[in-house]
Design a protein around this ligand. Sequence first.
Ligand code: GLU
Length: 298
Amino acid sequence: MSSTHYRGRFAPSPTGPLHFGSLAAAVGSYLDAKHHNGTWLVRIEDLDVPRCVPGAADDILHTLEAFGLRWDEAVIYQSQRTAAYEEALQQLQALGMVYPCACTRKEIADSALHGIDGQIYPGTCRNGVPPGREGRAWRVRTGDHAVGFDDALQGHISQCLESEIGDFVVKRADGLFAYQLAVVVDDAFQGITDVVRGADLLCSTPRQIYLQHLLGFPTPAYLHLPIAVNAQGEKLSKQTLAQPVGTHHAAAALFDVLVFLHQQPPAELRSGNVEQILDWAIANWHPEALRNCRQLAV
Ligand code: GLU
């Protein structure tokens, strides 16, 4: 429990209520922050408006409160941060590191290789939009070198962005800024030192580190927790019909989250209240119990 400067965050997308897996990510980031006497923030990632569900952000915040997960500063909403993303895009434009892209989804699907995270953009518009076409999205130029980091649980992660991901979108054809850019701008804006989140985002981290370097932002420490999967090995999500976590039995659900996170809470804690369970969990937080674990069945 050394650093007093630790700043962590939980950054849910309000696409529906929290389920067991997203609650586990919230609890993990909260415990890591509080174990380090840190500040814990909540950021609502409501950037992808078509995917946001009205009322979901408030619902998530109420659920966090019911679980005793109190944020230390005002909640920020990505939907209100467009000017900051625009500024970052202008910075990338000034560096010559982004270019307009006219390709449609279908054109990319027809000509691209399938990579670790969708299609690898084949670079069609890299040296200019074809005559008669208009650039609508903005892509960042990736390089032919490894971008790596040491994850606190998952070890060394490295990607060659150019060959494994391809030049990726920072502003979409529909005018919305992409998650990869927004998360980097906001983590820097909020002074985040430690990112604790689900391992489904492990593969995005090299892209984020690459953007941090281009924009002159510091790179936080990363800890990617296992994601919760169902009996079929599918990530719990709205698509896999994961049940929302209720708030009526918050203490019992919190206990289950600690078991899921391999924290081995003592059996007598099962009858405790949310505050007692959190106090024990903060004092005894040991994420090393999850080393090399990328998914866990609930
Ligand atoms: N909003 C993202 C999600 O809900 C998480 C972003 C992050 O933690 O970096 O999947």
